[in-house]
Write a protein that binds this ligand. Structure first.
Ligand code: 7TS
Length: 409
């Protein structure tokens, strides 16, 4: 018996019952953003209808309800990644902002000329550009761990060469948004910690799909976004080790992040509030907490197994029509994401033609241009799956691709 029945799950997602170009919607772009279940949408509506007030200031009951909802979401977000203390969770707008928080706060105070920042060839621009800007500002150097030419996995065998006594920071992704690969970040943590550096983990693609524990990864910082895991946009998390968060300077200045203020100086609120200046995205954070509870109810293991099954099926069918599939072909190593090219069709044309059949896939460089360069292509097509996708939808993609091929042969 399958542990997850996507037909049952689909009932929770109103948008999956709509149409595109007069055809049933086939949404295969969850790596860009996931769809939202009724439970999350309803929770946010309930917040606005019954609990809305600003947080951490109301003396009145409504303000206390809003604060309890907001802080309850923080507990859920901590639980989701195995963080032992909810105050190690800073709410942000998403992964990009979380990584930039580390750049502006921790890295500016700690990274100096001559230091090295380690990234990998598979990083999303969100976990590359902030470090390029930091390197330009400080005179630090960026180094990128290469991938294997065969299956495009990280060359961890080269860590001895890429981690030096100058490595101050490693900024690496737990799961690739292009290849789907779940990466051996613990090997990076161990190597970088051995030389006294810190590790920031981009878990934007991992948090929705893979069970992990920040302690097992030995992460100093870890970032993830709500919108890729059934939650609303405008919410995300930066996990930070408490001692590091405590000693870091603030990111944004403003209300709520202070303890005492004079005209010419101020002292800071306790972590995590030191990093949450101004009125936060309260409803979105509450929605993110509801998304965690929704996913907990279904079970990440069941979601993972379902994605492995769909990914294996998609890879098999794509290879059978002569597609190039990037990354390892073993679905268990890269659940949920399949980037591919067809010999005779540009990926943008492919996405445009399959869209006419109601099928949403992404085409482009996927905000990973250095990886595209290594793969030797300007772009790929990408189908990505989540708990609500079905084998029949993979069939719809294949039928639509057949039409796309027909256009160009
Ligand atoms: N890191 C990875 C690995 C990602 O896949 C993304 C978004 C981000 C960081 C940035 O997350 P954000 O929530 O701050 O935007 N990835 C994609 C994608 O693959 N297609 O659209 C967005």
């Amino acid at each position: 018996m399958p542990r997850l029945d996507p037909e049952v799950v689909r009932k929770d997602f109103p948008i999956l019952h709509t149409e595109a170009h007069g055809k049933p919607l086939v949404y295969l772009d969850s790596a860009a953003t996931s769809q939202k279940p009724r439970q999350v949408i309803d929770r946010m509506v309930r917040f606005y209808e019954e609990e809305n007030a600003n947080v951490h200031r109301g003396i009145y009951e409504l303000g206390e309800k809003a604060t309890a909802a907001y802080e309850g979401a923080r507990e859920a977000c901590a639980r989701w990644i195995g963080a032992r203390d909810a105050s190690s969770i800073v709410f942000t707008r998403g992964t990009t902002e979380s990584i930039n928080l580390v750049r502006y706060s921790w890295a500016r105070a700690n990274v100096r000329e001559g230091d090295e920042i380690l990234v990998t060839e598979t990083e999303h621009h969100s976990n590359l550009i902030p470090w390029q800007l930091l390197a330009q500002e400080t005179g630090a150097t960026l180094r990128a761990l290469p991938i294997s030419p065969d299956d495009h996995t990280w060359r961890v065998d080269l860590l001895g060469e890429y981690v030096t006594d100058r490595t101050k920071l490693a900024a690496v992704q737990l799961k690739s948004n292009v290849l789907g690969t779940v990466n051996p970040v613990r090997a990076i943590s161990d190597a970088v910690h051995a030389v006294g550096g810190r590790v920031v983990i981009d878990a934007a693609q991992a948090a929705p799909h893979v069970a992990f524990d920040v302690n097992d990864l030995d992460a100093d910082f870890l970032a993830y976004s709500s919108h890729k895991m059934c939650g609303p946009t405008g919410a995300g998390v930066l996990y930070g080790r408490k001692d590091l968060l405590h000693e870091m300077p603030p990111f944004h200045g403003g209300g709520e992040m202070i303890r005492e203020v004079w005209i010419d100086r101020a002292t800071w609120a306790e972590v995590p509030h030191k990093f949450e200046a101004g009125t936060p995205n309260v409803a979105q954070a509450v929605g993110m907490g509801a998304a965690v509870e929704y996913l907990e109810g279904i079970g990440l293991d069941a979601i993972h197994d379902h994605e492995v099954e769909l990914t294996a099926y998609a890879i098999e069918r794509l290879l059978a029509i002569g597609a190039t599939v990037y990354g390892p072909h073993d679905a268990a190593a890269r659940p949920g994401v399949v980037s591919f090219n067809l010999p005779e069709v540009h990926p943008h044309d492919m996405a445009t033609i399959v869209d006419q059949e109601g099928v949403c896939i992404r085409a482009g460089h996927h905000c990973a241009q250095p990886l595209m360069r290594t793969l030797g292509v300007p772009a790929t097509a990408r189908a990505s799956f989540y708990l609500y996708n079905t084998k029949a939808e993979v069939d719809s993609l294949m039928e639509a691709l057949d039409k796309a091929k027909g256009w160009f042969i």
